[in-house]
Design a protein around this ligand. Sequence first.
Ligand code: SF4
Length: 507
Amino acid sequence: MPLFSPRRYQPPFYPAQREESLPIRVFTAFERTSKGWLFGCRMCGNCILQETAFACPMTCPKGLRNGLCGGATPDHCEVDPSRPCTWYVIYNRAERMGRLDKLLEVNAPIDGSRSGHETWLDMIKFWRKQKQGPYPLDFLFNRKKFNQEWDRFFYELRQPEWWQGDSLYHPPAYEEPVSLLEANLRTGVFVTTGEIAPPLGASGDIIFKKVGWLKEYVTAANFTDNASASARMNSMASSKICLDAGLEPVMQLQARDRSRVVIESDAMGAAGLGVRNILCLSGDHHRFGPQPMSKPDQFDMDAVQVLWMLRRMRDEGIYLDGREIKQRPRFFLGAAASPFGAPPKYEAIRAEKKINAGAQFIQTQPVFDYDRFTDWLEALDKRNLLDKVYILAGIIPLKSAGAAHFMAEDVPGVVVPPEIVKRMDEAGDKDGQQEEGVAIALEMIEKLKNTPGISGMHVMAVHWEAIVPRLVEESGVPRPVIQSLPEVERPVPTEKRPSAAAQPVSS
Ligand code: SF4
């Protein structure tokens, strides 16, 4: 077990191209051993220990570099219950050290060309080259100056030119709403979105059918992206079918199974198809999917990094590699939040990081425990986040007592109070249980409608989508108020394409 971090989940990286010089190879082996013993270091070559209270985030099974996942609990990691959650260790230690706010900085994904190489000599070279300290004598005689230079030095070291992560809020750099969801949220009326599970088969007919049930009642339909690491029709194709059926989609885009290149490409493809709302997720680990499980290291980025990258594609017109995007995509970016996982003060830091990175709306885990939900809202309010993001509270109408037990006992990050489970247990037969599930959902919607900071609800009645119209009708929440937007500009030819002027002109 390393001295300062939980043990490694995966082995250390080795360089894509071996160092030629024997002394450097020996030094690298020494660094790998000593940092492995101290920090569980995987030699990612992109060290952020300074920021993470000296617990290595690469010991997290998902390799998350920007905070905990939605299924984290104080007891153990959701992926490997035999180990503590790395990010709990980080938050706890950072809090004890008075460095919680250091965790707000958006860390870059790994630069693979540095993985497996030594970093200590590189660090010394960088220190000598920039000639700005920190200097050992200042540690003795001018501690304030030393600390400032120390923080600056490590900031420059860990934030590469191609990323430039920080801990600041970056509001969207556009004026007019880009989607109906955004337009409706801006009106201030209570907005409803609904989730539709993408089909298991190749036909989109079922999406047409479900959109038919929902489209009068919800502003947008949300399509999961191979949730629980289990394959279905992909979210982009489902979103396009939804658009064709006459309802605006929210395309979930998860980082698992995708490299940064594929994430950029899929987001750009979605924009080209007319998909505007993108919900960025890290994704469930393959452990939660069917067998055989794929290799465990399937995360190139996390949700915060995806938000940061897509926001910069939209607002700054650049790909991660610095290439310019002439026809910028128009995204309304969202994120998920887990009000019931970690203590609200930690979850609020995670939410702030997503909002700073680019999240404009947040969908939460299903709310069954209103008091704990409002504790989380208060934590967000303390960080002045409620006027920077639209919050859609998650609603799941329970279809059976078995579903209530499953949610209560087996779904990490979801809290179902015992009295709710008891109500479902005592509700009689199948019909009685469904009625009780609807009654519980309606009671929660009634509370949420009148909760400051809540902009709407996201109904996750997966495989029971037909219940959504009834929930909307009986709860009295409004139907979508804005049904159309001015025509979105068509893409114009880029300079590299042959323009109309370059074509032969016939008189
Ligand atoms: S619970 Fe999630 S964030 Fe925590 S160590 Fe496990 S995978 Fe990482």
